[in-house]
Ligand binder design. Sequence first.
Ligand code: LLP
Length: 425
Amino acid sequence: MSNVRSEQTDSIGFFGRTTPLDLVKMYGTPLYVYNENILRQRCRELLGLSSLPGFCVNYSAKANTNPALLRIIREEGCHADAMSPGELHINKLAGFTAENLVYVCNNVSADEMRNAVENGLLVSVDSLSQLELYGKVNPGGKVMIRINPGIGAGHHKKVVTAGKETKFGIDLSCMAEVRSLLNQHNLTLAGLNQHIGSLFMEPNGYLDAMDVMLHFVQTELGDLLPNIETLDFGGGFGIPYHKYEGEARLDMADLGARMHAKLAAWVKETGYKGRFFIEPGRYVVAECGVLLGSVYATKNNGPNRYVGTDLGFNVLVRPAMYDSFHDVEIYRENGTPDHELTEQTIVGNICESGDILAKKRQLPCIHEGDILGILDAGAYGFVMSSSYNQRPRAAEVLITADGTPKLIRRRETLDDLTRQFVGLE
Ligand code: LLP
């Protein structure tokens, strides 16, 4: 293919039998493109982390809820979590059933808990106050609690979800209160979960937090162990976003060996017969997604060269929200690979100065008419997009296993923007 910068997607045949330029002609931009083979490969890597019979990969659906992807993830044998009625609804639409779903929620209403219970889901609550509410909603039922293991991790302070600076989890010192609420409402403690944060590239923190939970269950909740059916260690498995700099991947063989040994030893010691969950979102879907956008303008402002695109933070908010880095590829009709680099800042078409997709990057010179590919956009991409500035949301396409593209979400229209307004007649 004749592209200016495309080694990463070329090396894995990301676009199958089509090209970014063909896709743009067919579907327009902004366009989220997913690759089925990569998605399946990531599911299999995770499922292969341990061969223990109770080991499950519980896909954290918040990362991407397109039902076409959810179906593939289900077919591969993963379970899924839901954290809102909307996620539960979409998971069911994709064929997940109560047996392979858990409700991992935070600060929800009685109605929402009731909805999850009526759908047959095991619910995880993450405060004493929510445990009390759950006891009223489902007295005599089963419940999971989310603990705060005290160890946090993550790529940005906004995604660290354990330790002292977070709203999540029940402190380990609160077990007397937990037991009292369980007794008061005749609840069975059926599981524990935790999630230390999002994106680790070095697994020691995750493995240490696993130890914390296992030790805690064994020492503090040993009498309740026969009823505990699920221990969920959460997600956070990172992916290399700096691919053009050769960033190393998580060593899954090493992680799997250590995780498996730990869990197998614990089962042997305790006689535990339940399930072990890991709950990855990003690792499953990030790398199977590339976001395509169009370049409409370029300008120099003093020393800064700006590249104006249709990839505003309404389309991909991660860079604006967390200063996240995504690699950029450049596709051009009859373009040739170019290794001469210029500093450029890629921006969107939203009325805010913070509408920056990629800041001061050394890239081949980008021109009007080029198509950009934003790598690793499959996780927390489309799901966090919005119609800010009243721009309809992007379309989504799947490159199926045989390399052909299939539309899996049509582009929103102006009518989609206005259909919720009432009283316009
Ligand atoms: N389990 C729970 C309870 C979670 O809250 C999350 C993510 C996960 C699992 C999956 O974490 P993952 O494996 O994807 O790291 N929007 C941010 C990430 C927020 C993560 C929220 N919770 C981003 O774009 O980086």
